[in-house]
Ligand binder design. Structure first.
Ligand SMILES: CC(C)(COP(=O)(O)OP(=O)(O)OC[C@H]1O[C@@H](n2cnc3c(N)ncnc32)[C@H](O)[C@@H]1O)[C@@H](O)C(=O)NCCC(=O)NCCS
Ligand SMILES: Nc1ncnc2c1ncn2[C@@H]1O[C@H](COP(=O)(O)OP(=O)(O)OP(=O)(O)O)[C@@H](O)[C@H]1O
Length: 204
């Protein structure tokens, strides 16, 4: 079985940028946001359960109304839990199937802002946290999503704190916009390659 690394960090920390660098360096990464979107479209059970929870209007012309789901759940802890309970078990299963296609000598990644909260932590052998200061993350997310500070804060409030993520991480990448990223990603790959044997052993 492949060595699996988790890539986590709060919204706007730069996980997608780091995942892209890893992919360029030959490490395939499962992007949970993208796959969750595919699953909410393709999986009939997920569609049915989301309709039952939120209402039929959650799908419009067959497409998930993402802004409606975001408004429905963020800022409402009980609703977030209910939506997550519909989607996350399927994402986990899908990741297991995806990662099973790679050989034991391969390193693969799973990227998710809520990797630990969603219970995907047990799926990975090594956890990488991408860290950026809160204000930087907010600024980046507002710019990228053309969103408001209020809406971004609602998402941040539903995610685990940076302190808790850092405690659980095996490696932290600092993406503050000043510290170069590529040397840190190279250091990570070098560490993983050196410890490949140890990680294989530890997982058994
Ligand atoms: C609510 C949805 C439709 C909003 O779509 P949208 O295109 O606006 O956002 P996108 O999916 O690209 O997510 C952007 C960021 O929001 C944050 N976020 C998304 N889902 C969650 C969640 N359940 N809890 C906390 N933060 C979340 C993450 O930082 C994520 O990277 C979408 O985020 C969703 O379906 N979320 C529930 C599924 C989920 O948990 N996906 C994330 C990993 S499996
Ligand atoms: N070092 C950097 N310098 C400048 N811009 C950056 C840097 N890192 C990331 N960004 C930009 O910040 C925005 C957020 O980065 P990215 O999408 O990688 O975050 P993320 O952690 O994947 O967020 P999410 O949890 O929403 O998926 C993007 O527009 C990205 O291009």
């Amino acid at each position: 079985m492949a060595i699996k690394i988790g890539i986590t960090g709060g919204i706007g920390s730069g996980k997608s940028v780091v995942s892209r660098l890893l992919e360029i360096m030959g490490i395939p990464v499962y992007i949970s946001d993208v796959e969750a979107k595919r699953i909410t479209l393709a999986n009939e059970t997920v569609r049915r359960e989301l309709c039952m929870l939120v209402g039929q209007e959650i799908y419009q012309k067959g497409e998930l109304n993402r802004s409606l789901l975001a408004t429905y759940m963020f800022g409402h802890p009980k609703r977030i839990k209910e939506v997550n309970e519909i989607i996350h078990p399927r994402v986990k299963e899908d990741f297991q199937q995806w990662s099973a296609c790679f050989g034991a000598d391969k390193i693969v990644g799973m990227e998710s802002a809520i990797l630990v909260e969603a219970g995907f932590g047990d799926e990975v052998d090594f956890l990488v946290m991408v860290y950026a200061p809160l204000e930087t993350r907010i600024e980046r997310a507002i710019k990228r999503d053309c969103s408001s500070k209020e809406l971004i804060m609602k998402r941040i409030e539903s995610q685990m704190s940076d302190e808790s993520k850092r405690e659980q991480a095996d490696f932290v990448i600092l993406n503050d916009g000043e510290t170069p990223l590529i040397p840190q990603v190279l250091e990570l790959i070098s560490l993983l390659s050196k410890n490949n044997h140890y990680l294989c052993f530890a997982k058994k």
